[in-house]
Design a protein around this ligand. Structure first.
Ligand SMILES: [Zn+2]
Ligand SMILES: [Zn+2]
Length: 407
């Protein structure tokens, strides 16, 4: 289930998979497209794996874009190349939500387009794998499905600490709009780093909505990096979006994907964007590891009228985390750039918070083993403690890297 790359700080990390294990795989399940889950999959095929890879259609569409981009950025440092991606795509088996196939069943996870909670029956046991989940309905997606029965559960713990509590979507939206208004009023530009898939699309819809209803002044919204391409994939997979979004797409004059406010930069040096009197810029990458966002920071960072708004998790050791922790200059290429712009965070998240994770876990019956993964160690342990109190007879594991456990 999943094989990603860990992109944070300078060094990428890969799963500790041994070649003998790779050769033995008979099925691969991919929960969703984010690179921390999908980024290593082509390597398995390079190592001689020929197993089917099970995923939803949007996940298949999205990894096609993401993996190509990963190879392009990493060049020779990439552990695989295009032909391994082609091999993976050839072996892809597409699943619909709630439609079982060979002992695998997937359910809406609410996290990004096509993200799945996976139920797997194997060796007479049922294993539930949460993948990344969001327990709140967003502008585009329904909340994660709850209510399962399983012998073992593997659950994420990104926000596994009891202190991790997300504000309501409404409060987060109001806060974001206020920040943007204030910036535009003092003649500044708004820069929003986004991941290619996830919050970016949600925020775009939020902005479009507020401008449509007149609550936010008409301002060009620039989409830079892969976010535009991904937006098209969202639209093509409307069946995986909320019903009301599907209706808006069908009644074409209300299609939220075709707003007149959306723009794409026309020049390589983005001078057309930078020359705008006002602009809201959404650009990748989300943690400032690379991508066009760095170009904007170089030009807009020194001006205190501008605002940088983070909208997602900033991994330890990333430029994004540095800025949030108070750094006021950034090394960009060979220049040390002063960051005088306002740096802040809008609290949107594609992940459930502590309350959401425990509510999801509570809805699962029959658990004998719970594995806590996908979180900083202290958060995984906190969540483990909480789940131990809910599922009193279950064994709680916070596995170490490379640890093997037999069910
Ligand atoms: Zn994810
Ligand atoms: Zn993840």
């Amino acid at each position: 289930m999943d094989a990603g790359v860990k992109i944070s700080g300078d060094e990428e990390e890969f799963p500790l998979l041994e070649t003998r294990h790779i050769a033995e795989l008979d099925r691969i399940v991919l929960s969703h497209a984010h690179l921390d889950h999908s980024g290593y999959l082509p390597y398995l095929y390079k190592q001689g794996c020929d197993a089917p890879a099970i995923m939803t259609k949007p996940t298949r569409d999205l990894i096609q874009v993401l993996l190509a981009d990963y190879i392009r950025i990493n060049q020779a440092a990439s552990p695989y190349d295009e032909k391994d991606v082609v091999h993976l795509l050839k072996k892809t088996q597409m699943m619909e939500y709630e439609n079982p196939l060979d002992g695998v069943q997937m359910y809406n996870a609410g996290h990004i387009l096509g993200a799945a909670v996976t139920e797997l029956e194997t060796g007479g046991k049922k294993i539930l794998y949460s993948g990344d989940i969001n327990d709140r309905e967003t502008r585009l997606l329904n909340a994660v499905k709850t209510g399962y029965t399983a012998d073992a559960m593997i659950i994420e713990s990104t926000y596994g600490d009891p202190l991790d509590r997300h504000p309501s979507l409404k409060d987060a939206a109001n806060q974001l709009i206020q920040l943007i208004q204030a910036t535009l009023e003092r003649g500044g530009k708004v820069v929003i780093p986004t991941f290619a898939i996830g919050r970016g699309q949600e925020i775009l819809f939020l902005l479009e909505n507020y401008m449509r209803s007149g609550l936010l002044q008409d301002t060009p919204i620039y989409l830079d990096g892969m976010i535009g391409k991904v937006l098209r994939i969202y639209r093509h997979n409307a069946l995986f979006l909320k019903k009301e979004v599907q209706h808006r797409i069908l009644s074409s004059e209300d299609d939220p994907f075709k707003s007149s406010h959306y723009r794409v930069p026309q020049t390589k040096d983005r001078s057309d964007v930078l020359q705008q009197e006002k602009a809201i810029i959404l650009a990748t990458s989300g943690m400032l590891n690379g991508g066009p966002i760095l170009h904007y920071l170089k030009h807009l960072g020194p001006d205190e009228r501008n605002t940088l708004i983070f909208t997602g998790y900033q991994g330890a050791g990333t430029r994004g985390r540095q800025l949030l922790e108070g750094a006021r200059e950034l090394q960009l290429d060979d220049a040390l750039v002063p960051i005088n712009m306002q740096v802040t965070e809008a609290k949107f998240s594609g992940h459930a918070d502590f309350q959401g994770l425990t509510t999801f876990a509570k809805s699962v019956r029959g658990l004998k083993d719970i594995f806590i993964v996908h979180g900083e160690k202290a958060k995984s342990e906190s969540l483990g403690n909480a789940l131990g109190k809910i599922h009193k007879s279950a064994r709680i594991h916070v596995p170490a890297l490379g640890e093997e456990i037999r069910l």
